[in-house]
Design a protein around this ligand. Structure first.
Ligand SMILES: [Zn+2]
Length: 292
């Protein structure tokens, strides 16, 4: 009996020691970490797909998630303005915070930081994960962060990342082919979440429902957008699932453009359970709005 107990305790200790504990801000990063880490990692995340990643209410449960974590993977560029507070609150001196934006070519980096530009994006647009070509530099950071925790597994992490990137590369070709007929089309978006996505697919973002990033819609700005949507013949207004639909619907009613709700993170819908199915869903949904 004693031997059996000792064995069970040792086996349990073995399991908990083996896994690198990774927490990520977004569910998409959790998916990428699982792809790279495989059975060497246990992964959890903080922001749900139906939450605005800029504005997350700091909760003790988030600090608890980080308390015993080895790595906290973030988008960086101040997307997660709430992150320093939960990192401090976790009181985990051995936690490494990883900024996945390091190898990414950044868009909309302001020449100088100016409060009149709105509340967010002062280090450039942080929504780079919606261009799937940016998964490569993100995964490179994940490989190197995991390797620092477990150097013996470096080859496994690299091989897992390369296998995923190969699979993703095939998907990227398919998405580009599907969107090719719409290249050059103008769209309106609610927030500047879609700059990298539009840049990748050759779409032209003519305006945002927000007058400035993080600033709520105003009647004056919506009136200007109605005139723009009419004159440019814009067919789609992209809205993230966590924004109020009243201003976009008002613009749509006045113009005939279609309000197109597109998730920016995976895990909110049955069809968007991981990163690849998220982009699948967004590309197919947008294509059907632009076809009309
Ligand atoms: Zn933003």
């Amino acid at each position: 009996m004693k031997w059996v107990l000792a064995f069970i305790i040792l086996a349990m200790a073995g399991v908990s020691e083996a896994a690198i504990k990774v927490v990520t801000s977004l569910p998409d990063l959790a998916d990428l970490a699982r792809q790279v880490g495989g059975d060497k990692v246990s992964v959890d995340y903080i922001v749900r797909a139906d939450q605005n990643p800029h504005f997350v209410e700091v909760k003790p449960s988030y600090m608890m998630k980080l308390k015993s974590a080895d790595l906290f993977l973030t988008i960086g560029m101040e997307l997660e303005m709430w992150a320093p507070q939960i990192v401090d609150g976790s009181r985990n001196a051995s936690l490494t915070v990883v900024d996945l934006s390091q190898g990414v070519t950044k868009l909309e980096v302001p020449a100088k930081v100016d409060a009149s530009q709105g509340d967010v994006h002062r280090f450039g647009n942080p929504h780079y994960w919606l261009d799937p070509r940016n998964v490569r530099p993100m995964m490179d950071e994940i490989v190197s962060a995991l390797t620092k925790v477990s150097p013996a597994d470096e080859k496994t992490f690299r091989a897992n990342a390369d296998a995923y990137l190969l699979r993703l590369g095939v998907k990227i070709q398919g998405w580009e082919a599907m969107m090719k007929p719409f290249a050059g089309q103008k769209i309106v978006t609610f927030h500047k979440s879609w700059s990298y996505f539009a840049n990748w697919l050759g779409l032209d973002i003519a305006g945002e429902v927000e007058p400035k990033p993080g600033i709520a819609p105003s009647p004056t700005h919506s009136a200007e957008l109605i005139a723009l949507v009419r004159s440019a013949g814009i067919k789609a207004i992209l809205v993230e699932p966590f924004y109020d639909l009243s201003a976009p619907e008002q613009i749509a009613r006045a113009t005939g453009a279609k309000v197109t709700v597109l998730p920016t993170s995976s895990g909110g819908l049955d069809q968007t359970r991981d990163y690849i199915s998220l982009i699948d869903y967004d590309v197919a949904t947008l294509a059907s709005s632009l076809k009309q």
